[in-house]
Design a protein around this ligand. Sequence first.
Ligand code: SF4
Ligand code: SF4
Length: 139
Amino acid sequence: MNEKTKEADFKYQVARYPGGEFVNRCFACGTCTLSCPVSEVEPEYSPRKIIHMILLGLKEEVLSSSLIWYCMTCYRCYVRCPQDVRFPELMRVLRKIAVEEGYTNPGLVEELKDSEKQAQDQRRSLIKNLFPDKREQNG
Ligand code: SF4
Ligand code: SF4
């Protein structure tokens, strides 16, 4: 298989994973990028651009980029996408392939898991303080 064929195969590889099957629906409207809180603070990060790169077959550039780890799965792009591309699920697929095919170092994955766990703990404690358990209040 030559390089060109391998590159063209990337979108099909992504589409074979659950969550990646709608990548071809994107018509590049940019609503996802405009809705994204990460893009707001990091202009380099653009869901629309990442999808475009997948469709162009730029596998190495996409999978080795740190940008695929920026999505915080808030689902704002998901609910606003007119084509139901389901970008956060697509990101999960990209990360999975990146790890499976050795595009990222395992240390980074562990660090990200730790940060996500810390963020979840903080969210839990914030919610607990905002909405104290009624059972505790009633004694
Ligand atoms: S909102 Fe949907 S259709 Fe529009 S660019 Fe993003 S993924 Fe593509
Ligand atoms: S799910 Fe990810 S890409 Fe979509 S708006 Fe939220 S942070 Fe941005």
